[in-house]
Design a protein around this ligand. Structure first.
Ligand SMILES: [Zn+2]
Length: 490
């Protein structure tokens, strides 16, 4: 995504995903105008999530949190500051994170004896405490999640996708055996995929990262990847099998049933506000955002249409109150727009904000005890009897949710190419992008060369890759076990 530009007033720039700069302008302007977020210019890389954006994030959090709890995890909160010596204990970890760490060197008017990192991630702090809390096999598994902010220094900012400070959750677990830790790693990848597809209507590919793309300090990293409208991939959640690397670095041991002291096996997994950005990019259109009903702060907005006489006006306002009450009772997050703006202005405004369903209530429809329902995604209009609004709204919200997912999935299918020829590979990446499934021999050299020549990286080795059997590497023709999934990435 190109350097963000901000526009005020006037038409929203079209969501033209074929042109990078125009797509980027649409994204930034839609977010700003719909009051989801704003940049904080004095500190480059940072942003504020405004109330409308934050209630969207809260709904996403709720969907994830409920899944974490259903799989046995508990929430806790760990400190923001990580002593430098902690980060240094796991060699690959510090090497991977060093370039993006922000340090506190001075506090309370004094220079600190040891500088403190503002957490870029919390494996080391969890490791420190797990070594105290875990003594016996009876203490395992330890399954803790924290909702927190982290800091990874960024030179460029793009709302939600790339910010220096961002919100996320990080799960950290410790297990008795490698198998249990591996199972947990895959379970949480599954939780992420289910959340992305069910709640955010965002189809994802699951798979394993190559060594080059692995989390610093992990034995294996798995990810879910979504395809954005401009043909670039967005890594939307990661789950890491950490082996015994952090157990060794922080001396996390337990007395096993056989009386022997052993190192635990750990995992970590995280999903951030980044996926919120991905969801916005995937579903919006030229008129603005389209929010999936499951997470939309307002699922249905009710617009009163002004009437000429006082008598009709009071009929309209009675009907609006009644419809709001019934929608709320049916579990629909509904709000009426009583502001004195013209109805046409309100329609545009709520379309920009992505509210999935609109109810228009005016004197003409009310004469026959009807109201008008308008879907945000298709703009289909229908008249519904006053007493049936809640039931029909509920149904339509379900349909919007499903069709957003189907639309995104068809887009992904249409933009996933199976390619066996390197020239063709280059052509696709230059002209239309998207996902490319191509054989890769497994060498870091081929991976680096492809990246260099096409800007495409291996997003994952998809979990179903083996089904197709072996082939030859697209880059150097050597035997290749499976097809990898390539794309240019955010
Ligand atoms: Zn190769």
């Amino acid at each position: 995504m190109a350097t963000p530009q901000v526009e005020f007033g006037g038409q929203l720039p079209p969501k033209d995903a074929s042109a990078g700069e125009s797509f980027s302008r649409w994204y930034i302007t839609a977010i700003r105008r719909s009051e989801l977020a704003d940049y904080f210019e004095p500190v480059g890389g940072t942003m504020v999530i405004r109330p409308y954006g934050f209630s969207l994030w809260e709904n996403m959090q709720a969907g994830l949190d409920q899944r974490f709890k259903a799989t046995g995890h508990k929430n806790a909160y760990f400190p923001l500051f990580v002593p430098e010596s902690f980060l240094r204990r796991e060699a690959k970890h510090v090497e991977g994170f060093a370039p993006e760490v922000a340090w506190v060197t001075n506090a309370g008017g004094e220079e600190l004896q040891e500088r403190l990192a503002i957490r870029p991630t919390s494996e080391t702090i969890f490791g420190h405490f797990y070594s105290k809390w875990i003594q016996s096999w009876r203490d395992l598994p330890m399954l803790i999640n924290q909702w927190a902010n982290v800091v990874r220094w960024e030179k460029r900012t793009v709302f939600f996708l790339r910010t220096t400070e961002f919100l996320w959750q990080e799960g950290h677990t410790a297990h008795r055996t490698a198998e249990e830790a591996q199972e947990e790693t895959m379970r949480m990848l599954g939780v992420y995929a289910d959340f992305a597809e069910t709640d955010l209507a965002l189809p994802v590919v699951r798979g394993e990262k190559t060594a080059a793309e692995r989390f610093a300090g992990a034995d294996a990293t798995y990810a879910i990847e979504a395809l954005m409208p401009d043909g670039k991939a967005l890594q939307s959640g990661t789950s890491h099998f950490l082996g015994q690397n952090f157990a060794r670095a922080f001396d996390i041991t337990f007395l096993d049933q056989d009386g022997e002291r052993k190192l635990v096996w750990t995992t970590s997994w995280g999903m951030s506000t980044r996926i919120l950005g991905g969801m916005l990019m995937a579903h919006g259109d030229d008129s603005g955002l389209i929010l999936p009903p499951k997470v939309a702060p307002i699922q249905t907005v009710v617009i009163p249409i002004p009437a000429r006489s006082d008598e009709h006006t009071s009929r309209v306002s009675d009907a609006v109150s009644r419809v709001i009450k019934e929608l709320t009772a049916a579990g629909v997050r509904a709000e009426a727009d009583w502001s004195d703006k013209r109805p046409g202005w309100k329609f545009n405004e709520w379309e920009l904000k992505g509210v999935p369903l609109r109810v228009e209530i005016g004197p003409r429809d009310l004469a026959t005890d009807h109201v008008t329902l308008v879907r945000r995604d298709t703009r289909d209009k229908e008249q519904v009897g006053l007493t049936a609004v809640a039931e029909r709204a509920h149904q339509l919200l379900g349909e919007v949710q499903t069709s957003l997912f189907e639309r995104a999935r068809s887009f992904r299918e249409a933009n996933t190419h199976t390619v066996d020829d390197y020239e063709r590979f280059k052509e696709v990446m230059q002209e239309q992008r998207g996902f490319i499934r191509a054989y890769w021999c497994g060498s870091a050299e081929c991976e680096a060369r492809i990246k260099e020549e096409t800007r495409a990286t291996i997003r994952v080795i998809p979990e179903d890759a083996e089904a197709e059997g072996p082939g030859v590497c697209i880059c150097d023709g050597r035997p290749a076990p499976v097809r990898a999934l390539f794309a240019q990435a955010y």
